[in-house]
Design a binder for this molecule. Structure first.
Ligand code: ADP
Length: 323
């Protein structure tokens, strides 16, 4: 490779900027030309591309969001759209692409790389940690820490008023943000999509705690939980445990923003460096994960196949520690 492009696509996540910086500076170090592609696949199709220098990525490692902007792009789902993207890359002589995004962006890359001869390397930028083959995704740690900070604050009010709070966190169809933030804040219960939600158990546990006069409780619900989110859970509880005053708090997009944590900056830097090394070594159509503290190169095709799981042991720990 001699000219590489880098883009961010799909949902943004804190640490994407650190990854862009690493890709740009590693590329320049190895004598490559590096092009920043604006607004993901959308900007690629529209030829919204600029050459990056070392200074282009100065003073961004600590910032959330993405300086390259991100977008969702309908046209990239079509063959014509992807052909247009290819023509734009060719016109710049770009012969390698780094895609920072979630599993949707990777699926787009899989189709693209089947059709055209441009090697693609993925970096998992998502707060959801819903990508198979890596212990870390860029943004997860920051999002969890944001959720923890928020839930700690909610707990103050819960405690002052003897109230039950049902807090909904993000994660799409993955429950990791809920699990991690729930354990770290001592939640009474954690509802995740990976485990069957038995609302009767939730209610029975609250009734039992009510009898013991343990009134301050936090339940953390993943947005993708099959029971249907925090509002649904609150309704069910109000119906069956009338003595409990329940409030709902949906944390929402604060979880996607903010300065990336040290860990997210670290893994973004490491993954970004290895993305460029991968292209130089001739790897293609893999994403750069980290497993057991080693780089793990996973074919992009496998991304959607297997999702992570949450062990029932974790749920047991939650129960024991919340008693
Ligand atoms: P994320 O990457 O965060 O999961 P999306 O699922 O929105 O976000 O995907 C980002 C973009 O990737 C989409 O807007 C689309 O342009 C492209 N994309 C996603 N899935 C596919 C697919 N199956 N085929 C082609 N392109 C896709």
């Amino acid at each position: 490779v001699s000219r590489i492009g880098v883009l961010t696509s799909g949902g943004d996540s804190p640490g994407m900027n650190a990854a862009i910086r690493a890709v740009v500076r590693t590329g320049l170090y190895y004598g490559l030309e590096v092009y920043g592609i604006m607004r993901g696949y959308q900007g690629l199709m529209e030829n919204d591309i600029k050459k990056m220098e070392s200074r282009s990525v100065a003073n961004i490692i600590q910032r959330g969001g993405t300086i390259l902007k991100t977008a969702r792009c309908k046209a990239f789902h079509t063959e014509e759209g992807r052909k247009q993207a290819y023509d734009v890359l060719k016109s710049h002589g770009i012969d390698g692409l780094v895609i920072i995004g979630g599993d949707g962006s990777f699926q787009g890359a899989v189709k693209f790389s089947r059709e055209f001869d441009i090697p693609c390397i993925g970096l998992a930028g998502t707060i959801d940690k819903d990508i198979y083959g890596t212990d870390f995704t860029i943004g997860f740690d920051t999002a969890v820490n944001t959720a923890v900070e928020a839930i700690d604050k909610i707990r103050d009010t819960a405690d002052a008023h003897d109230r039950l709070f049902i807090v909904e966190v993000m994660g799409r169809d993955a429950g990791y943000i809920a699990l991690h933030s729930g354990i770290a804040t001592g939640a009474e219960n954690i509802l995740v999509p990976e485990q069957k939600t038995n609302i009767q158990d939730v209610i029975a546990s609250l009734q039992e705690k009510e009898r013991r006069k343990k009134l301050v409780n936090i339940i953390v619900v993943a947005e993708g939980d099959e029971f249907g989110g925090a509002n649904k859970v609150a309704e069910a509880i109000k119906q069956h445990v009338p003595g409990v005053e329940a409030r709902v708090c949906i944390l929402g997009h604060i979880q996607r923003g903010g300065a990336p944590s040290c860990l997210d900056r670290l893994i973004a830097s490491r993954m970004g460096y290895h993305a460029v090394e991968s292209l130089i070594e001739g790897r293609h159509n893999v994403f750069v994960g980290i497993q057991n503290n080693r780089m793990n190169y996973v074919p992009l095709e496998n991304v959607g196949k297997r999702k992570g799981t949450i062990s029932s042991e974790w749920m047991k720990i939650v129960k024991i520690l919340a008693s």
